[in-house]
Design a protein around this ligand. Sequence first.
Ligand code: PEP
Ligand code: MG
Length: 545
Amino acid sequence: MKTFHGKGISNAIAIGSAFVISKQRGDALRLQIDDAEAELARLNKALTLAKEQLQEIRDIALTETDDAHAQIFDVHQMLLSDETFLSSIHKLIEKRHWNAEYAITLTADELASQFALMDDETIRERASDVKDVANRLITCLGTSKKEPPKPTSPSIICAEDLTPSETVALDKHVVLAFVTAKGSATSHVAILAKSMGIPAVLGVGDAFLGSLQNGMQMIVDGVTGEVFLDPDDETRNRLLQKQKELSKSMERLLLLRGKETKTIDGNQIKILANAGNLSDVEAALANDADGIGLFRSEFLYLESDDYPSEEQQFNAYRQILERMGDKEVILRTLDVGADKRIDYFHLEKEENPALGMRAIRLCLKRPEVFKTQLRALYRASAYGNLSILLPMITSISEVERTKNICEEVKLSLQKEGIPFNDKTRLGIMIETPAAALISDQLARLTDFFSIGTNDLTQYVLAMDRQSAGLDEFRDVHHDAVLYLIKMAVENAHRAGIPVGICGELATDEALLKTFLRMGIDELSVSASYVLPLRDVIRKLDLTNA
Ligand code: PEP
Ligand code: MG
């Protein structure tokens, strides 16, 4: 048995077999192989074939060009017999159980980067020879490119990291848990795991992947952040027992449905649910959430292969609103860019995507995309209790420009005789330091604030929310973040508008008293956290220190 530690997400435990999702590196996908001997035999066959090909090319080059040209292929042939090159590939196959394609790519990348650093230009040029030879060898293996396989039976998904689009592509019915080598508590895979109420342990480190094989038995404890590979009987029995206790306490929590969320001394707060799809909306209802406090509409876009049409969006939003009845639904406009990349948007590659063309900036840059979404939202507003939320606001002008577009959209709907609710509230995310600092001015322009602590923390501390490596520096209770939250709450209340928190900090029990004392009006959390939070709040007394 081997044990690994990371950040535990969700109060749940999963027991099952591993399904490894490999990253594509260049042309090679990393796969875990069972039979190293067979893989080495594949490699040897490919080596023989590659050497034969090079001999033929060398002969042609010699007759058709010159000696110097032909010598290049001598170098290529030499590399295919090079002791260091081959032993590195062998080691990766034998010790790490990686497939030959990946072992070759990794070895070639390392060798090429060593060559690239040399002063001598001729040696530097060898870097491209190395890559050329590696590509030939991979082609000779006969499987240069593959679609990553997906699990078809219940499995624990293990990966180096998972992007939002990789995560949405998975069939949720077969996902028992997530474990990633990288990734932090506010990364999107964490948010998804919470919304699905399944355990995840993130940032367990790269050594985990080296010890892992497809199909291996494992246990994921989302409470402690422990991952057990090939668990022994004692550990399995202990965690099975813990799993039973967790489900019993969940049954007890279900008794809180229909009860108020009020502290002993009478402070009341609303608890809404975050959602990204219809099953999250069902979970919000099942857990008696006061509404949907954040619907991340980007998941509609991530799930489709092209821009979703106005009609598709209208139907989706209407369905959510109708399902929630009188309860408030805060639907956030498109927040793509940064780590949420979508191919058909053809976003330019940026040095710092988290600081780049994302969310409201992208929408204002692409008014047609924005207008399509706003038309769908306003049309849906006739079918429920809708509020529209704008992400990543940094300035007055972004809000004003958006409001003008909203007016334009409403006017055109009016002309077309399409019903909508003219009183639909328009709020903004406070998730940039700039928005918090000018929240007095922004509060006069908007109907409500929703504080996105995931991005606010990232931008205040200048620490990438995706990076598990920064965990030792990332103080999620940093005074600077709390100070800006307090400032935004005070400014909202001075202007007479409500303010909520929809980032992951809303689930942080250690901060509940602080938030209640600040006067936060609502918390929006993954559905599985609604009742546990209600339980804690009902036991709090703000008159006690
Ligand atoms: C946030 O930034 O806190 C937030 C709720 O938005 P997202 O996690 O979708 O960026
Ligand atoms: Mg955000």
